[in-house]
Design a protein. Sequence first.
Length: 183
Amino acid sequence: MITLSRIERTALAQGWHRLLDDVLSNGRPVDLPIRLRLTNADTLHVVSAGFALQRVCELSYAVCPLAQALCDDLLHAQCDDGSFGSVAATAVVTRALLDLRHMPGSESMAQRLDFAIDHALHALAMSQDDDGLLGGCEIDSAIALWQLAGRAEFDAAVRVEELEAVLNVSRWQCLAARAAVAA
């Protein structure tokens, strides 16, 4: 079972692969192409920290020091264009920041979180091509739907109906997958 202290120890030791394994192992297995995309060397740290922050939000009732530290780390990793590297990394981190933003105790970070979230959603919207894919990649687009389906902010930023059509999947299917992974 993953605990806050285990997440903290692993993050402090920069054991990003192990952290990703620990966080994802609490749900159903992640298919190899998705796993490979999430462990891209350029974004592994950000993806792992994003998933860790999501898990911390699930395990905590209010913003804790670990959540604040992970948030600070992620906000420093945000690129000038609002992304966190890849579309997949941006989706994972955006969900984590949205989860944190809605937690009790996040009021002191509200302005920073809102700014980062708005810029990340803008980056996702700018990555959407004419066919509806994000970043021209089905896997990245599927990860974005898995992470952000049903979030009003995401629905307002991207053309979700086109994204669902090109992937031949509904947001409800993605929400079911997210619940299984988060369980």
